[in-house]
Design a protein around this ligand. Structure first.
Ligand code: OGA
Ligand code: NI
Length: 353
């Protein structure tokens, strides 16, 4: 890699507290076993008297994790470990290609999909290489999202498509369980994702000679509904613990996914479940790979607190906003490197309620 540390990287890491490394137990994000779903259907209604105990406790654990952490890990999620191995191998092969080969699929201001490395976004540089793809292409004349599939490795496209079909299925299961945990029908959210244009990102964090001065990804919250992230065994994701604001390193668990609530679930639930800050630390020895799947609603969705979760005592905390317009402004501000902060859901927070 030809990346050189410069001041734009170093600014990103100023005043950076060291993470607490946490292995297990109450101090770290919950680990949830999805194996009850291998034997039972997800019930359609939370008051169904026939819900198996295992499923009821699964729903309760997911609800508690969303409320207390905004993050959790899942195992026995139904995605074949061999598929995970295959996608990892393809991604490693892609990022190992010579720079000029990767740049053949470089993103640009017209179409944000494709490859980029450590571009300066939001006046801060992230120490990483990225390939961005969508599961469904989009073009409304103003916003264009068209995949740039790499030619190498030859199996990349097929493997990614197979992977996406599996991870999307898992994402639906997760939003159904989240909906039940809110005492809503399982499919309350599903309609929002019909023809979704979910994002699929491949992140590659090269070893960094000065890991204490640089971040792989600066602190941020995810803007979409739900993130389903696969990471390799290197580790580097730090989550801000809600109870005390400490940064907690998520210890990698083989064949698991890390799930986090995004801003849209925060708005839908009127802040019952909050989107939580996280960041990526880098290290000087090993490259790290992560594959987030960002579950987007359909672009035409107008996002606002769900009526069922709004009452006189708990009025809507957000004005309605359109997801396509919001996303488009996010992309625009990334490219223009504006001094101003990116658009944020707090821009839609009601000031007088
Ligand atoms: C992200 C992100 C975490 C990781 O891409 O939004 O938080 O571990 N990634 O790469
Ligand atoms: Ni993130």
């Amino acid at each position: 890699m030809s990346l050189k540390i410069d001041s734009a990287f170093i600014q990103a890491a100023e005043h950076r507290p060291k993470p607490t490394i946490s292995d297990a137990g109450a101090g770290t994000i919950p680990l949830i076993d999805l194996s009850p779903l291998l034997h039972h259907q997800i019930p359609s209604d939370p008051s169904d008297p026939a819900i198996a105990d295992e499923i009821s406790s699964l729903i309760a654990s997911i609800g508690a994790a969303c409320r207390d952490w905004g993050f959790f890990q899942v195992v026995n999620h139904g995605v074949d470990p061999q598929l995970l191995d295959r996608i990892q191998a393809a991604v490693v092969e892609f990022f190992a290609l010579p720079a000029e080969e990767k740049r053949k699929v470089k993103r640009d201001e017209v179409n944000a999909l494709g490859y980029y490395d450590s571009e300066n976004t939001k006046n801060v540089r992230d120490w990483k290489e990225v390939l961005d793809l969508v599961i469904r292409e989009y073009d409304d004349g103003l916003l264009l999202l068209k995949n740039r599939w790499p030619e190498y490795p030859p199996a990349m496209r097929k493997t990614c498509e197979e992977y996406i079909a599996n991870v999307e299925k898992l994402s639906y299961k997760l939003v159904e369980l989240i909906s039940l945990s809110l005492n809503l029908p399982a499919k309350r959210f599903n309609g929002f994702f019909k023809d979704s244009s979910s994002y699929f990102r491949l992140n590659y964090y090269n070893p960094c000679p000065t890991p204490d001065l640089v971040l792989g990804v600066g602190r941020h919250k995810d803007s979409e509904a739900l993130t389903v992230l696969y990471q390799d065994q290197v580790g580097g994701l730090d989550v801000k613990r809600k109870s005390d604001g400490e940064w907690i390193r998520v210890k990698p668990t083989p064949n698991s996914y890390i799930i986090n609530v995004g801003d849209i679930i925060q708005v839908w639930t009127n802040e019952k479940y909050e989107s939580v800050e996280h960041r990526v630390s880098v290290n000087s020895e090993k490259a790290r790979l992560s594959i987030p799947f960002f579950f987007f609603p359909t672009f035409s969705t107008n996002v606002k607190p769900l009526e069922e979760l709004v009452t006189d005592e708990n009025p809507a905390k957000y004005e309605e906003y359109n997801w396509r317009d919001y996303f488009s402004s996010l992309l625009g501000s990334n490219f223009k490197k504006m001094d101003k902060e990116n658009i944020q859901i707090s821009d839609f927070k009601k000031t007088t309620i």
